[in-house]
Design a binder for this molecule. Sequence first.
Ligand SMILES: [Zn+2]
Length: 143
Amino acid sequence: MLIGELAASLRVTPKTLRLYEERGLIASPARARNGYRAYSADAILRARLIVGLRGIGLSLDAIEGLLIEFDAPGGSLRRALAGVLDERISVVSLQVAVLQGQLDDLEARYRALIDTPRHRPPGCVCGALNQVCACAAATVQSA
Ligand SMILES: [Zn+2]
């Protein structure tokens, strides 16, 4: 299969496939008599695998690590990918927890702002800033 055909079938650009080749993720394909890359069935499967792994958000570095494990004697891609996904789940779970904390904080500040007593001056945002309000005293002093 030629690079344009393979790229189209995987919905990537030929440039992407050449990048994978340069990174050593795909073996350099044999060249047809006209110099065009001719991908073997194995190379097609490997390219499909890499595109699929990119599709679940793995970096080329992560994919390279997976393929090294897979290509090693007794290597299991399933086992290696399970390890990578487990690690990603931990990282993303932590990010979700941090974002949830930020959301809770913003909601609390918003509630404090809209619950500001009406007698306070319009410039008072002390509730949202988690500060003890001194606005009324300042208003009294300036009056
Ligand atoms: Zn205030």
